[in-house]
Structures are given as structure tokens and as C-alpha cells.
Design a protein around this ligand. Sequence first.
Ligand SMILES: Cc1cc2nc3c(=O)[nH]c(=O)nc-3n(C[C@H](O)[C@H](O)[C@H](O)COP(=O)(O)O)c2cc1C
Length: 256
Amino acid sequence: MNKVIKQLLNRRSVRAFDTKDINKEDLSLIKQSILRAPTAGNMCFYSVIIVNDQYKKDELSLLCDNQPMIAKAPLVMVFLADMQKHMDYFKYSNCEEKSKIPNRLPGLGDFHLAMQDAIVAAQSAVVAADSLNIGSCYIGDIVENFERVQSLLALPNHAVPAAMLIMGYKKDNKEKKLLDRCDIDALFMEDSYKSKSKEELDVEWSKPLEHLKKTNRVPYEDATMADCFYTKKYTSTFMEEMNRSTSVFINKWLDK
Ligand SMILES: Cc1cc2nc3c(=O)[nH]c(=O)nc-3n(C[C@H](O)[C@H](O)[C@H](O)COP(=O)(O)O)c2cc1C
């Protein structure tokens, strides 16, 4: 097995870090890996805010569903789906007048493409960091409380959170146990979408369910994995807030 595959197959999220700062050389390698990520039309529809200010880290840790490890992380990166810089550049360059093509507002397609760009770039940061013994964890809750995140990070309406990463050197080099996933075959389909029966889904999710049962983290004795997702995630207050907040920033993006 080559080194890259070995690294990919052994990555896991890290939430507790060594307190030392990321050194300049490693940070530069992570930034260069982000820059070299694929990007739609080579347009770089994303920007990354590196949050150094401790007050802002503290605020983010509260705004992202109270996760104290954010405040303690040596490196906090917010990946933005960013078309604001292009809209500004179009204006500075008088594109509309010169081309005689009417300008338009960014739409949902632009939004989706910019999100793809930002998230693809974030994953390059994860892989690069891991190769440097720097652990990382995504913080999905960055899409909550948009109004307060927008003001904290001074975001214009066309630069919105796509992903957030916290990073830091791993505390030790010990290989940690990986979390079980669904069966590998459950992820792949051939040529068209295939809906599944309850029995198929139960089998596909049996390993992670077994783990939750062993650690007493199931809502009822006869719970399926669906019951776990439904009660702990899908109907949670954080999901309700994510849905509210995301619709606020999509509406602002669409100028509604
Ligand atoms: C989009 C996304 C959002 C996530 N948000 C959080 C989060 O807010 N807090 C957290 O502790 N982990 C978060 N994670 C990490 C997942 O919990 C983790 O990837 C998952 O449990 C599998 O574990 P592993 O990465 O160690 O394999 C997130 C991961 C992704 C991809």
C-alpha cells in the first residue's frame, strides 16, 4: 500500500491538540495545498479566514453549538464560498459596460459551485495537515447563527461559510481506532439510483450500530441505526438552527 493511501485510510478526526502553534513552514504547506486544490474554471470561488483573534475563537466556539475545542485549537480556518471578490472585480473592471452584457446577481448555481470549491479546498487542507502530523476536525455548526457569524467575521452577502476546520499537532503518534462506517458497498451504485429495503439498510449499518449499542448510545433497546440518526441528529435543535441559518444566508446571497 502506498503512503498516500495508507494516510487516507488511517485518517480520523482529532479534537484535542498539542498546545503549540503550527509552525510557519507547515502552515505555508497547508496554504499551498489549499491553493492547488481543483477549482471550478480556475476561478477560486472561495476564500479562507484564518481566525487568530482569541475573542473570535471564543465566540465561534459558542456560536458553533458550544464546542470548547474550537477556542483551544491552534489553527481555525473558515472556508467561505466567495463570489463577493468576483462581483467587486466585475464592478472595478466595468465589465458590464465594456462587454455590453447585462450584469446579474449571483444565483443558486453560483452558490453551489462556490460551495463545491470551498469544500474541495478544505479537504486538501485536511489531507495536507494529516501528512504533517497535524490533526483536524470539521465543524459543521459554522453554518449556524449566520447573523452573528456574519458580523463577527465582517462577511459580505456573497461570501458565506461553507466549512470550518480546527487543527493542531496531534498529542501523540499512536494510531487511534477508526470509527466504523456503513458497509463499503452501501455507498456505491451502478448506472442508476437504487432504493433499498429496510433489511438491506439494517445490514449496511450493522457495524456502527453494534458500536453504539456496546457504548450505550442507542435511544431504545431495539433501536435501528435510523432511530439513532433520527433522535440524535435529524430532529436535534442544532439541525433546526442549521436549517434556519442556512436559509438566511441563501436568501441574502440571492438578494431576497
Ligand atoms: C461536514 C462535517 C461536519 C462536522 N461537524 C463536526 C462538528 O461540528 N463537531 C465535531 O466534533 N465533529 C464534526 N465532524 C466530524 C465528524 O463527527 C467525523 O468526521 C465523524 O464522526 C467520523 O469520524 P472520523 O472523521 O474520525 O472518521 C464533522 C464532519 C464533517 C464532514
